[in-house]
Ligand binder design. Structure first.
Ligand code: BGC
Length: 725
């Protein structure tokens, strides 16, 4: 429902002013606080007048700068319509949290919520009104660099995290000055580019799209995300940005999305290269018809909508609808009451990088790190003589991509933290991320020889994650493998810490390491968090949100796959039978499965009891799970509940996550946990593209990872209840 403010302003607006609201400009158009058209910006042929009608700008922040730009803008705006400031606040503003994939590894929606809330508070204090987050694309191919921005391969985990992020950014609506509007992206299915190649074609069936890809976007929209961003890719044969079925039928009608739909950067213009628009004028027309309200940086709307509106009443109507949605967003942000949203340099200074915020970052990083291997060498005693090596050991490059306001120079390195925590630390780089010189290597080997334990921090530089960083290889660069092999030959405990924004093939690393800790890009307090984990001050609890392959040839690899007509049995028989769905040169399973992550404690699911093995339509499935901590240290883990439907109208995944819970267990504690799963949890997508809970046989499984589970049968008798009783 349009607000009265929006309706009143709309009546006053000229067609140029209306179209202006639909234009988003980059920060380059505002230099020294005023509108400017200099250098390459000239080629867009925009007038200063047009710039002063623009609805929004991206990438400008800082209390003083935003105040200046807004003041100047309002001076020039005939109707005094404030400018909207948008930015990519993806995993923190200046306090940087672990990358979203790492936040997925916490399996903790509270952590996702709290990090988003801090990011909102800091960026609101820096003048940002809208963040281009959360990114909730389902991802299953680590060749694609943007897997780091998602929470992983599972629709349920992604949905829970999507909701938590939106709630964290926006708070309880209406928005207050400490919260900002969320923009869920990239609608839709950007996470499934063929061959993992950036911007490549996405072509999945609508059935699969609806069952697995759509739920996380739907969850974010249900949580009232105020904006949605289109994706670069095609879906069902048409680029998302020009896709009426996707945007009008699915997003607007089915999901009932009432907010603002913004294109991705130049995505309207790119419909030309995709080959569905002959020129920019046609691109503008297609995108407006598809329902795209804001044109981010293609200038198609700026150049052609006025002409279209003069020709066509329907176009005028579509423009009005878009304008009202944008004005309503400005109303929701309170910009007509205070175009600065309480902005001040003092507020900015006290809010940003506060010790409370950094504490949230440290705890999030602790929860996100995943212990992949431990041959009883961790935790480390602080009086151990440590040799610290590797290209990631003495760098502030721990923030990861999409942290434009974070400062690696001011981020303490692992070496800095080690120095303050261990009695004796020697450091040598050993090699670069992609470079090896024998002097550096020898130095590392020398300090390794003289130590009790070697900690090697390896991985990829953050420039090799994020947008436009597709890879064909998922192994550690050979220079770093050479370093690890040389160190392993010393026969000392070798603890490998991996910095990465994507699953890697760690087969060779596992072969030489006594322990592996996956640190991701852990953010502003990542080095401290890692040190807490390595010293045992904190017991690791992170779990993999994506499967880690044993070879790049296995990807896309994910736990919730279908069975095929010739599934492997994971027994010795598999070797005997050639005609199975398998590889002949490698195992089919991943190296580390979804949900996997060790603890320093010995934890086990002891028992799974189904309390009501026949579930009828008035019931939930209830199971009781017994988990024991067999160790004398306390621990936190993630209980994971999966199910499988034995026979369905459409093929069913071998396992699907239905519930998870982070649990802290005292030393030697045994705990019984009651889990209640509503019947709708077991819905499946039918061939008619409708959800339905089908009667029949199911299995419920519980584990501390997706592979190692206890299982029990149950039956659903809901639809044909009477007939079966
Ligand atoms: C990315 C978006 C991002 C936008 C604005 C694009 O290249 O795909 O995720 O929000 O740039 O920075």
């Amino acid at each position: 429902m349009a607000s009265q403010t929006a309706k009143t302003i709309l009546e006053e607006m000229t067609i140029q002013e209306k179209i202006g609201q639909l234009i988003q400009l980059s920060g380059d158009f505002f230099q020294n606080g005023t509108a400017a058209i200099t250098g390459p910006l000239k080629e867009h042929h925009l007038s200063l007048e047009t710039i002063y009608t623009a609805g929004s700008v991206l990438g400008i922040s800082g209390a003083e700068r935003v105040r200046q730009v807004q003041t100047d803008f309002l001076k020039h705006s005939r109707l005094k319509i404030p400018l909207l400031f948008m930015a990519d606040v993806v995993h923190g503003y200046q306090t940087i949290f672990p990358i979203p994939l790492a936040l997925g590894a916490t399996f903790d929606p509270q952590t996702m919520h709290d990090t988003a809330a801090v990011a909102a508070k800091e960026s609101a204090a820096g003048g940002v009104h809208v963040t281009f987050a959360p990114m909730v694309d389902l991802v299953r191919d680590p060749r694609w660099g943007r897997v780091m921005e998602s929470t992983g391969e599972d629709p349920y985990l992604n949905s829970v995290m999507a909701k938590a992020a939106v709630n964290g950014f926006q708070g309880k609506l209406p928005l207050d000055a400490n919260h900002i509007a969320a923009c869920v992206k990239h609608f839709a299915a950007y996470g499934a580019p063929e061959a993992g190649r950036e911007y490549n074609t996405v072509d999945i069936s609508e059935w699969r799209f609806r069952e697995q890809y759509l739920p996380a976007y739907a969850a974010a929209i249900e949580a009232e995300s105020l904006l949605v961003m289109t994706s670069f890719n095609t879906l069902f044969g048409i680029p998302a940005t020009a896709n009426q079925k996707l945007m009008r039928d699915i997003l607007r009608q089915e999901l009932d999305f009432k907010g603002v739909l913004i294109s991705d950067w130049d995505a309207i213009g790119e419909t030309i290269a995709h080959g569905v628009a002959g020129n920019l004028e046609a691109a503008a027309d297609l995108s407006l018809k598809a329902g795209v309200d804001i044109d981010m940086m293609s200038f198609a709307y700026a150049k052609y909508l006025e002409k279209a509106a003069n020709l066509d009443e329907h176009t005028k109507l579509l423009i009005d609808e878009a304008v009202v949605r944008i004005l309503d967003l400005k109303v929701a942000l309170g910009l007509f009451e205070d175009p600065y949203r309480g902005l001040s340099v003092e507020r900015e200074a006290t809010t940003i990088l506060s010790s409370d915020n950094l504490h949230v970052a440290e705890q999030a990083a602790e929860k996100s790190m995943v212990l992949l291997k431990n041959e009883s060498v961790l935790p480390l005693a602080t009086d151990a003589k440590v040799a610290l090596v590797g290209p990631g050991a003495h760098t502030g490059d721990l923030l990861g991509s999409w942290s434009w306001q974070g400062d690696p120079q001011k981020t303490s390195s692992i070496y800095d933290e080690f120095k303050s925590r261990f009695k004796s630390v020697e450091y040598a780089k050993g090699c670069g991320f992609h470079a090896l010189n024998y002097q550096e290597l020898d130095q590392a080997v020398m300090i390794g020889r003289d130590s009790d334990v070697i900690v090697a921090v390896v991985g990829l530089p953050s420039s090799e994650t994020g947008e436009a960083t597709s890879l064909t290889q998922l192994t550690l660069p050979t220079e770093q493998l050479t370093l690890l092999k040389q160190l392993a030959a010393l026969n000392k405990p070798l603890i490998t810490v991996v910095l990465t924004g994507r699953p890697l093939d760690l087969t060779a690393v596992a072969a030489v390491s006594s322990a592996i800790v996956l640190a991701w890009y852990p953010g502003s307090r990542g080095a401290a968090a890692l040190t807490n984990i390595l010293t045992g001050e904190v017991n690791p609890s992170g779990k993999l949100p994506m499967s880690f392959p044993r070879h790049v040839g296995q990807v896309p690899i994910y736990y919730n796959h279908y069975n095929t007509g010739r599934p492997i049995s994971q027994t010795a028989d598999d070797d005997e039978n050639k005609y199975l769905s398998k590889y002949v040169d490698a195992k089919s399973e991943p190296l580390y499965p979804f949900g996997y992550g060790l603890s320093y404690a010995d934890l086990a699911v002891e028992q799974l009891k189904v309390l009501n093995p026949i579930v009828n339509d008035s019931q939930n499935l209830q199971v009781e799970v017994t988990i024991t901590n067999h160790s004398t240290i306390s621990a936190t883990t993630v209980m994971q509940v999966y199910s499988h439907q034995l026979v369905g109208q459409t093929v069913r995944p071998v396992k699907e996550l239905k519930y998870f819970e982070r649990l802290s267990l005292a030393p030697l504690e045994t705990r019984d946990i009651l889990v209640t799963l509503p019947l709708t949890t077991f819905r499946s997508m039918q061939s008619n593209l409708q959800w339905q809970v089908e009667d029949g046989d199911y299995t419920v499984m519980v584990g501390l990872d997706s592979d190692n589970v206890l299982q029990q049968p149950f039956e659903i008798r809901a639809n044909n209840k009477r007939g079966q009783e």
